[in-house]
Design a protein. Structure first.
Length: 460
C-alpha cells in the first residue's frame, strides 16, 4: 500500500503509443521509458557519455571491454542490477530486428560475459559505438518473469508501470503518477485551473502560457530547450527534390514573428538539429526571412507559379494554427499549401512510411551526431533508419563518413544547411504549470519528464 494518500495527475497532450522500451518511437513513449529504465550509458550536461554501471576501454578499433563498477541499483522487485542484466539488454536489442536499437547494434560480431567483464567485438570500426549503448537496462530473467513490456514493467530506474490504461507509474518511494491525456491545450489548462490535474508541461500556445502565468493559484516555470521543431521534405517529390524549392521555402518563413507571437520567451530560432551547445554543432546562421528572394529563386529556376504542395500535421489545434501561418507565408511567394490534419497515430504512421510531401515534427531528446546519419544517409531509408524523406544523395553520404573519420561535422552540417535537406525551425522553450501544492518539479533542456523523479505534494 502506498504511503502517499494522493496520486499526482500529470496532464499530457498525447498518450504514449508503445511503452515497450524496444519499440518506443514517439516522444511520449520515450519520455515514459526514460522514467522506468536506467540506461547503460547516459549523457551528461556536456553531451559526453558516462555510465554508473561500467567503465570501458577500447583495445583497438574493433574490441571493447566493459568492467563492472561497484554502483548499486535495484529493479522495482528489489533485485540488484547486475552485469548480466546489461549483457542481456545488449543481446536482446542486437537480436530483435524490430527493436529501435537493432540497426545501431548490427555491427556487433560477438559479445561475451566473463565474470565482471563484458567483451564486444565489432565487424567494422565505429567511432560512435559507445553512444549506441545508451540502452535501457532490462532484467536478464525477463522471459521467466512473464512480463508484457507493452503493458507493465519491472523498472530499473525510479519508476515502474503498474497500469497501462490509465497509465500509472509507481515511484520507488511509493508516490503514484497518473498520466491524463488531454489533447486540446485549452482544455488541459482549464483542467489544471479546475484542479482536475496537478501539473502540465509544454505543448501550449503563448496566450495560454501567459494566462497560466498570471493565475495566482498556480506555479509556473520556464527554461530554454534543445528539442528542435523542423519541416521535413519528401526528396522524391518532383518539386521538393529541387534544392531551389527547399531554399525558397526556407527564406519565405518568418520564424521570428511566429516565435514572438506563439511561443514562450525561451524559444530560439534553429540552424541545425542538435543544440548550438553540442560539441558537434557548427557556427551556422538561420536562413534569413526574405520573401522577395524566395520568389525570385522560383522564377529564375523557371517555375510557373503558383506551385501546389501538401503539408501534413496532427489534429492538435496549436499545430494546425502554426500550419495555417506557414500556409499564409508560403502563399505570399507563390506556393499554395494544402494542410492535411490527421489523428496522431495516422499522422505519425504516414511520416514513418514516407507518405507525405511536407510535414512538421519535433525531434526530442537528441544527444548524438549519429542522428545525421540516421536521417540523411541513403542506407537509412526505413525500416533501416529514419531517412523518412527518402533522400539519396551521394555527397551527404560521403560527408557523413568523413565526419565520423575526422570527428568533425562542420562539412556535413554546412551541406545540410545550404541545401536545406531539412528545415530546422526553432528550439522550443520549456514551460510547466502546476497547482500550488506541487513542489520540487524541475524542467530539463530536452523537455523530458525527469522532473517527476523528485516532484512531491508539499501541502494540501
Amino acid at each position: 500500500m502506498s504511503v502517499f494518500s494522493k496520486e499526482i495527475i500529470f496532464g499530457i497532450s498525447q498518450n504514449p503509443q508503445n511503452i515497450n522500451p524496444l519499440y518506443a518511437r514517439d516522444a511520449a513513449s520515450e519520455k515514459i521509458t526514460d522514467l522506468v529504465y536506467e540506461k547503460i550509458f547516459n549523457y551528461n550536461e556536456q553531451y559526453k557519455l558516462t555510465s554508473k554501471f561500467v567503465s570501458w576501454k577500447s583495445i583497438n578499433d574493433l574490441d571493447f571491454v566493459f568492467t563492472a563498477k561497484s554502483y548499486s541499483s535495484n529493479f522495482s522487485n528489489g533485485r540488484e542490477v547486475v552485469l548480466k542484466d546489461l549483457y542481456f539488454s545488449i543481446k536482446k536489442n542486437h537480436h530483435d530486428p524490430l527493436s529501435k536499437y537493432f540497426e545501431d547494434l548490427k555491427d556487433i560480431q560477438h559479445i561475451s560475459l566473463d565474470g565482471s567483464i563484458i567483451k564486444i567485438k565489432l565487424k567494422k570500426p565505429d567511432p560512435l559505438f559507445i553512444e549506441k549503448l545508451s540502452l535501457p537496462i532490462l532484467p536478464y530473467d525477463l522471459d521467466d518473469l512473464n512480463i508484457d513490456l507493452s503493458k507493465s514493467s519491472l523498472g530499473s530506474n525510479k519508476f515502474q508501470i503498474i497500469s497501462n490504461k490509465p497509465l500509472i507509474l509507481l515511484r520507488k518511494d511509493g508516490q503514484r503518477i497518473k498520466f491524463a491525456e488531454v489533447k486540446d491545450p485549452s482544455v488541459r489548462a482549464l483542467k489544471l485551473i479546475n484542479k482536475e490535474i496537478d501539473l502540465l508541461q509544454n505543448d501550449l500556445s503563448l496566450p495560454i502560457i501567459n494566462y497560466l502565468e498570471r493565475h495566482h493559484q498556480l506555479k509556473t516555470l520556464s527554461s530554454p530547450g534543445t528539442n528542435v521543431s523542423y519541416i521535413g521534405f519528401n526528396h522524391q517529390h518532383e518539386l521538393l527534390k529541387d534544392p531551389v524549392v527547399r531554399k525558397a521555402i526556407a527564406h519565405a518563413i518568418n520564424r521570428e514573428e511566429i516565435i514572438k507571437f506563439f511561443f514562450n520567451q525561451d524559444t530560439q530560432a534553429a540552424s541545425q538539429i542538435l543544440s548550438q551547445k553540442h560539441w558537434s554543432s557548427s557556427n551556422l546562421s538561420p536562413h534569413e526571412y526574405n520573401p522577395p528572394l524566395s520568389k525570385n529563386l522560383l522564377i529564375d529556376a523557371g517555375y510557373k507559379l503558383p506551385l501546389k504542395l501538401e503539408y501534413k500535421t496532427s489534429t492538435d489545434t496549436f499545430r494546425i494554427k502554426i500550419a495555417t501561418i506557414l500556409k499564409a507565408q508560403l502563399e505570399a511567394i507563390g506556393i499554395n499549401l494544402k494542410i492535411i490534419s490527421l489523428d496522431w497515430g495516422t499522422f505519425f504512421k504516414d511520416i514513418q512510411n514516407g507518405d507525405f510531401q511536407l510535414y512538421s515534427l519535433t525531434w526530442v531528446g537528441l544527444k548524438s551526431p549519429d542522428i545525421y546519419k540516421k536521417i540523411f544517409h541513403s542506407s537509412m531509408i526505413p525500416p533501416f533508419g529514419l531517412n523518412r524523406g527518402l533522400l539519396q544523395d551521394e555527397m551527404i553520404d560521403n560527408l557523413i563518413k568523413e565526419s565520423y573519420d575526422k570527428k568533425n561535422w562542420d562539412g556535413a552540417l554546412e551541406y545540410i544547411h545550404q541545401n536545406v535537406l531539412i528545415y530546422p525551425l526553432w528550439y522550443e522553450g520549456n514551460f510547466m504549470a502546476s497547482l500550488n501544492n506541487i513542489c520540487d518539479y524541475q524542467l530539463t533542456e530536452d523537455g523530458s519528464w525527469l522532473g517527476l523523479y523528485e516532484v512531491r505534494l508539499c501541502h494540501d
